[in-house]
Structures are given as C-alpha cells and as structure tokens.
Write a protein that binds this ligand. Structure first.
Ligand code: COA
Length: 331
C-alpha cells in the first residue's frame, strides 16, 4: 500500500532508546564459530554489537526507552491511548510485550498489542500509530521498535550469529500544527518468507530443534538491495518529493554493503545517511529508532528537516515513511 498522509497532521514528539551494556566484539564471536573480525567487517561493516544479559527481556530494554520518549513528549504513562510494540522477540508469545509495558508505565487506559513485521516492524507501527492519531481514535500513541535477537540465534551458525544485536527505541506520536508525517509505502511478499524465518516458533511447529533463526543470506541480500531503493523511490514519487530535498536518510541497518548500495542508487550524499550497524549490528525493529536517537545526539535531527526511513526484513516485508521533523531535540 502507498498513500500520502492526508489526515490530521501527526508527528513524533518524544524519542528514547536503550541498548544492553554488554558489548560483543567480532573477535569474541570468532571464539565460538569459524569466522574472523576481518571477514565480518569486510562483508557486513559490523565491528561489534550489544547483547542482553540472560535476565533481560525485551520489555526490560524497552521500558527506559519508553520513559525517555514520554519525558521528552512531556506526558505521563496514564495519558497514553495505545502502545504498539514492533518485535519478533517479545518477552513471550502472550501476554503481549505491549501489555506488559503499558502496565509498567501506568498506561492504564491504553490499548496495547505487539506487531510482527520482522525488521520492518517499526515502520509498520509508525503507520498504524499515525492512522490512529490522524483519524482521532487516539490522541497519544507510544510506538516501540525493539528486539533481543541474541535469544533466537544459533551459536553454531556463523552465517546468522555475526549479523544481529539487541536494542530498542520508542517514540510518541501526537497531532501537530505542523507537517509531520507526509506518506507511507508498505508491502509484504510471503512467498519469500522462508528466506528468513523462525520455523519452530508457532502453531505450525513448536520445536526445540527449530527454535533458531534460519536465513538464506544471498536471497535476503538481493531482496534488500532491490527493495530499499524501490520502496523509497515509490514513496518519494507519490509524495512528489525529490531525493535532493531529503535531509536525513535512515535505512534499516542490516549490512553496510546493503546501505551503501541503496545510498548510491538513490543518490543520497553520505553525510545525510545515519549509520549504526557498525556499533550495534542488525537490531531488527530497533535499528531505525536507534538511528533516529543517534541523529538527535549528533545534531542532525532538527525541526524542518525532511527524514526518509526505510525498513525491510522477515515476511518478507518492507516499508518507507517520510516525515518533516517538528520537535526540537535535546542533545
Ligand atoms: C550473510 C551475508 C553477510 C553473507 O555475505 P556474502 O558476501 O553474501 O557471503 P556468501 O553468502 O556469498 O558466502 C561466502 C562464503 O563466506 C562464508 N561465510 C558465511 N558466513 C561467514 C562468516 N560469518 N565468517 C566467515 N565466513 C562466512 C560462506 O560459508 C561462504 O563460504 P563458501 O564460499 O565456502 O561457501 C550477506 O549475504 C548478507 O548480508 N545477506 C543479507 C542478510 C540480512 O541482512 N539479513 C537480515 C535482513 S533484515
């Protein structure tokens, strides 16, 4: 689906993020599987990633991110109408991590649910949150993107182990007098689902032997390089915006080679691209909000700036959104 954001203007009024304290280097992974710092750096651009402590679940990472986002928006948990958590690694299948978070935040009158769209989840959740606020159904929506992928990685599979990391980010969506969200392009291709999947995790099969991520790296690479460009170009055309007018490009952080390809094809100058894959690896639904937080800290996320975000991942899914940033960010 593709559309201009034609309802009441909606924007991001608060932002927070959290990564686990533990840094895992490429050399550390090379003690477990047949790989090397050189190979990982050259093929992915990843230097290190964060991994959660065994006692930390997604809600533990997401909670401080949510608190920071609410504080920046100047609202309390009890004022939130809806909590959406985009993830493939909820605390458990049910209750939803969104319900757990709503409780811990005191969001007693909020609706809460998790959303499964792989690494695209955060962009999908932004679209849903936008729709709820723009239509007047909700006034304040808390959107969380985060994953603890280290929990579902096979420590004997070098082709997946080296790619992923843990982290979470949260944003508050509210109506605004200014422009805010401009448009969305979202899609899914279930035919490609087996390129990146967790086969033993549901009602088809719930099984110890299939509880880790399985991936056809080459297929996902081909998909990613194509879709990051196509989704962004389709959305820019729909919104009648030139790539030259985009001030900040935030692609999903899967692999530096994929990001470089998309950046080159789209024609985005490198100083307008936000990168965190080198420090965090692929944090799935966390990657885009973590990158937004980086851009806030380095001063690039300013009111009036046009921000293009594009995600892609398991499903296979993809999604882009354009937003005219409206909030003054404290560094
Ligand atoms: C996984 C990925 C990094 C592999 O890089 P690549 O350049 O395509 O490498 P290939 O798959 O062609 O494999 C090349 C060789 O490296 C080996 N290899 C794979 N992982 C390795 C690792 N961690 N360390 C060392 N060697 C590795 C392969 O076994 C293969 O060996 P072979 O030639 O003897 O068969 C790359 O395909 C990729 O990033 N794909 C997208 C994955 C992704 O982003 N998933 C999440 C999307 S949300």
């Amino acid at each position: 689906m593709i559309a201009n954001a034609a309802g009441t203007p909606v924007s991001i009024t608060g932002l927070g993020c959290k990564v686990p304290d533990r840094i895992v280097t490429n050399d550390e992974l090379a003690k477990h599987v047949d790989t090397s710092d050189e190979w990982i750096l050259e093929r992915t651009g990843i230097r290190e990633r964060r991994m959660a402590d065994p006692s930390e679940a997604l809600s533990d990472l997401a909670l401080p991110a949510c608190r920071d986002a609410l504080a920046q928006a100047g609202i309390e948990g009890k004022e939130v109408d809806l909590v959406i958590v985009a993830t493939v690694t909820p605390d458990m299948m049910f209750p939803s991590t969104a319900a757990v978070l709503a409780d811990r935040l005191g969001a007693t009158t909020a609706a809460a649910y998790d959303l499964s769209a792989g690494c695209t989840g955060f962009v999908y959740a932004l679209a849903q949150g936008y729709g709820m606020v723009a239509s007047g159904v909700a006034a304040r929506v808390l959107v969380v993107g985060g994953d603890v992928l280290s929990r579902i990685l096979d420590w004997e599979d070098r082709s997946t182990l080296v790619l992923f990391g843990d982290g979470a980010g949260a944003v508050v969506l509210e109506a605004t007098q200014e422009e805010g969200f401009i448009g969305f392009e979202l899609g899914a291709d279930g035919a490609g689902g087996e390129s990146l999947w967790l086969p033993g995790s549901g009602s088809r099969l719930f099984d110890e032997s299939a509880k880790y991520v399985k991936m056809n790296g080459r297929e996902v690479f081909k998909f990613a390089t194509r879709i990051l460009v196509q989704s962004a170009e389709d959305l820019l055309a729909k919104c009648e915006v030139s790539i030259d007018d985009v001030d900040l490009y935030i692609p999903h952080q899967a692999n530096m080679r994929i990001i470089d390809h998309a950046t080159r094809k789209l024609g985005v100058p490198s100083d307008r691209v936000v990168i965190n894959v080198d420090r965090y690896g692929n944090t799935s639904s966390g990657s885009i909000p973590l990158a937004l937080a980086d851009a806030a800290v380095d001063g690039r996320l300013q009111p009036g700036r046009l921000v293009l975000m594009t995600g892609m991942g398991a499903g296979l899914t993809w999604g882009s959104t354009l937003i005219r940033w409206t909030k003054e960010m404290a560094a």
